[in-house]
Design a protein around this ligand. Structure first.
Ligand SMILES: NC(=O)c1ccc[n+]([C@@H]2O[C@H](COP(=O)([O-])OP(=O)(O)OC[C@H]3O[C@@H](n4cnc5c(N)ncnc54)[C@H](OP(=O)(O)O)[C@@H]3O)[C@@H](O)[C@H]2O)c1
Length: 263
């Protein structure tokens, strides 16, 4: 399938993706990483992951070029190169694929991954540029499905997607943080308490991702009327957790939307 991949930017997102891709079976030598100035970081990644590194890259030597620098560096980088062949993929927030296509003359995809890609449990939004064809879309989709799941996004859905996939891990950590004291109070150490809740959360997520039944039916499977689960769910409903969670997600989506809208 894929021959050569260039990662422009060697920060935390880039590393998470590369770790996931290598774990998925991509040969480390088929991945080249570059950055702006931090040579020590590149040498570290070469040593740690076995990837190739380059300082003065020719973007047309690669099948896919992934732009993984901070958003303000993306357009200047694209404009500074003469693009001939690669599929252009940006993971930078707030950049639209049509901007990349206009500046490069090539098909482009904006991908919005989250850091669980390192463990191949990522959720990546893919916003395909108008110049992409079926083959480009399939290529980008299969690349990101190696490290988790993908969903199609666009100008309308991107903000909500970013909140739901990118911001929500913090919400889940908040929930885990709120639950663990109940376990440490009865004698578990912090780490064990966290693993107990995290594993229950992971199992629930696994089940959710395989089930098509409505979440209320899944709750009913666990919560016998009047039983302990049912009583706990009752507390969540009395305190209106549903409203709290939806409001938090809307707030994160709104903030993003406003940032995108800024001139
Ligand atoms: N972190 C996340 O969870 C996440 C999730 C989704 C999307 N993203 C997106 O991923 C991108 C990178 O995020 P990050 O957290 O990995 O950032 P980061 O840790 O700050 O890393 C940025 C990297 O880009 C390099 N860079 C900057 N300008 C460059 C240029 N002109 N040419 C080549 N390399 C350049 C930097 O190199 P030097 O150190 O040498 O300057 C550094 O290696 C951002 O656009 C962000 O929106 C991040």
């Amino acid at each position: 399938m894929m021959n050569q991949l260039l990662m422009v930017g060697a920060g935390s997102m880039s590393e998470a993706l590369v770790r996931g891709w290598i774990d998925s079976g991509i040969e480390p030598t088929h991945i080249t990483m570059t950055n702006r100035s931090d040579r020590e970081r590149l040498l570290f990644l070469q040593d740690e992951l076995g990837v190739q590194i380059v300082e003065d890259e020719n973007v047309n030597d690669y099948d896919i070029v992934v732009l993984a620098m901070q958003p303000d560096g993306v357009m200047p980088y694209v404009e500074s190169k003469e693009w001939k062949t690669p599929l252009l993929v940006s993971v930078a927030a707030h950049i639209e694929p049509s901007q990349l296509e206009e500046a490069s003359g090539l098909p482009a995809v904006c991908a919005m991954p989250n850091t669980p890609v390192a463990y191949r449990s990522g959720m990546t939004g893919l916003w395909f540029g108008p110049e992409t064809d079926e083959a480009d879309r399939a290529k980008a989709t299969s690349l990101f499905e190696r490290v988790g799941r993908t969903a199609v996004t666009d100008a309308k859905t991107m903000s909500a997607f970013m909140a739901a996939a990118g911001c929500s891990p913090a919400f889940f950590y908040e929930i885990v943080g709120a639950m663990t004291p109940v376990l440490t109070d009865v004698g578990y150490d912090e780490q064990t308490a966290r693993q107990i809740v995290a594993q229950a959360m992971k199992g629930s997520a696994e089940l959710l991702s395989h089930e098509t039944r409505k979440t209320n039916e899944l709750i009913a499977d666990v919560a016998a009327p009047g039983g302990p689960t049912d009583r706990g769910v009752g507390v969540l409903r009395e305190r209106n957790l549903a409203d709290v969670m939806a409001s938090a997600l809307r707030e994160s989506a709104k903030e993003d939307h406003e940032t995108i809208e800024k001139p």
